[in-house]
Design a protein around this ligand. Structure first.
Ligand code: CAP
Ligand code: MG
Length: 430
């Protein structure tokens, strides 16, 4: 038997191997504790130690996480977690039928669990993760990723466009469908439910799906363009599975899931179902700011995007690079990670949204490029000419930016864009 205590979880100069999950944390040690004291406690509490010294088998001690690369100046540490700490099927191991794939919930119960509330740190934030292949490979990952732009749409090198009816909740099904038809025939690719619209009394889910997809079919005939609908199935996991099946039966191509409020386990369940049905997942991140807004505490949006991609969303809101109405964390860096190679898993299409209008699109594309989706609600439905003209203005702005034309001259050529620019200029709303 050997003893394990906090100091045993530290090894400066440690070099993790390719099977280990490496997490970078920002920490502020509590009064009277050094970076070493705090780092040892973080690695201990997030793997297999506790405050009291324990006598354990060497096998258990070998499983302990290791804190290293302590950077006092920047307040960061790294912690390496070996594969034994996670629910991986060991080669030739047991065949327990309930031994599933590794789950994001269980991984987070290690790396973003008790440690976020430890008294040993005044602040702690999970900043970034370096994922080992054995921990990523068992997950499905995205079914389409950014290829939706050309597999579902024929968008060429332009961003795909979406709009969400506003007011975000309150429209009857008939009013919602009418807004969708006006937006689709105005040139927008995707209608989107708002994050808190699911199946309220005035706009029930099933009727909205049936009537909206009928309107979509009419809009496709009228425009000759592919149109689709991000239908919010957010609910408990069983209901989401049934809603996804209904969307598929009705000929939809997407489901939308509020991934933070539904939770990672429910998202994994929905992802299994969408694999069976061939549906793309649009991930809304409402409530993410509860984890990532404070730069010194919680879980970064970068890590939230990593969990979402590993499970397998196809589109994910990642902000407007601070152009819109909401605080954003490193939209550009997060988008780059979402496009990066991850052991052959598909990428994820970033969705820029939140306080956008046509006058901001040139600057948006300068900041984040065109391999994105652009979602605009108020900036379409608040157009002086209403939804249809707002949709036309959005598409006119997108086409101008992709063609390298400046928006002002495009606004002279296209009346609807000109009206949007006259109303909102190129200012960011708050
Ligand atoms: C945007 C939106 C989206 C936010 C989400 C809203 O509407 O529908 O939910 O963009 O934020 O409800 O605010 P507007 P993020 O276009 O009218 O602003 O994309 O940062 O996750
Ligand atoms: Mg919304």
């Amino acid at each position: 038997m050997v003893g394990i205590k906090y100091e045993d979880f530290l090894a400066d100069g440690y070099e993790p191997d390719e099977t280990e999950l490496v997490c970078e944390f920002y920490i502020e040690p509590a009064e009277g504790l050094s970076m070493e004291d705090a780092a040892g406690r973080v690695a201990s509490e997030s793997s297999n130690g506790t405050w009291a010294e324990l006598q354990v088998d060497q096998r258990i001690k070998d499983m302990s996480a290791t804190a290293y690369d302590l950077d006092e100046e920047h307040g960061t540490i790294k912690v390496a977690y070996g594969p034994e700490l996670f629910e991986l099927t060991v080669d030739g191991g047991d065949t327990d039928p309930l031994n599933g794939t590794p789950s994001i919930p269980q991984i987070l119960s290690c790396i973003a669990g008790n440690i976020l509330g430890m008294k040993a740190v005044d602040r702690i934030r999970l900043m970034d993760c370096e994922w080992p292949e054995p921990l990523v490979e068992p997950f499905l990952g995205p079914q389409y990723g950014s290829s939706v732009r050309n597999e579902i749409f024929d968008a060429g090198d332009r961003p795909i466009t979406a709009t969400v009816p506003k007011p975000k909740v309150g429209l009857t099904t008939e009013q919602h469908v009418e807004v969708g038809y006006e937006a689709w025939t105005g040139g927008i690719d995707l209608l989107k439910d708002d994050e808190n619209l699911t199946s309220q009394s005035f706009n029930r889910f099933e009727k909205r799906v049936v009537e909206s997809l009928k309107a979509r079919d009419r809009a496709e005939q009228e425009t000759g363009e592919k149109k689709s609908y991000l239908i919010n199935i957010t609910a408990d996991a069983d209901t989401m599975k049934k809603r996804a099946e209904f969307v598929h039966e009705q000929g939809g191509e997407y489901v939308m899931v509020d991934i933070i409020t539904t939770g990672w386990a429910a998202l994994q369940t929905v992802r299994e179902k969408t694999e069976e049905l061939g549906l793309a997942i649009h991930a809304h991140r409402a409530m993410h700011a509860g984890f990532d807004r404070v730069p010194t505490h919680g879980v970064s949006m970068r890590c939230i995007a990593q969990f979402a991609r590993i499970i397998g969303v196809d589109q994910l809101h990642t902000g407007t690079a601070n152009l819109g109405k909401l605080e954003n964390e490193d939209t550009v860096g997060i988008n780059e990670w979402m496009y990066s190679d991850l052991y052959g898993k598909k990428d994820v299409l970033p969705m820029a949204s939140g306080g956008l209008h046509p006058g901001l699109l040139s600057e948006l594309v300068d900041r984040v490029g065109t391999n994105i989706g652009v979602q605009i609600g108020g900036g379409v439905h608040g157009h002086p000419g209403g939804t249809h003209d707002g949709a036309k203005a959005l598409r006119q702005a997108i086409d101008a930016v992709v063609d390298g034309d400046d928006l002002a001259s495009a606004g002279q050529e296209h009346e609807e864009l000109g009206q949007a620019l006259e109303k909102w200029g190129s200012e960011s709303p708050r």
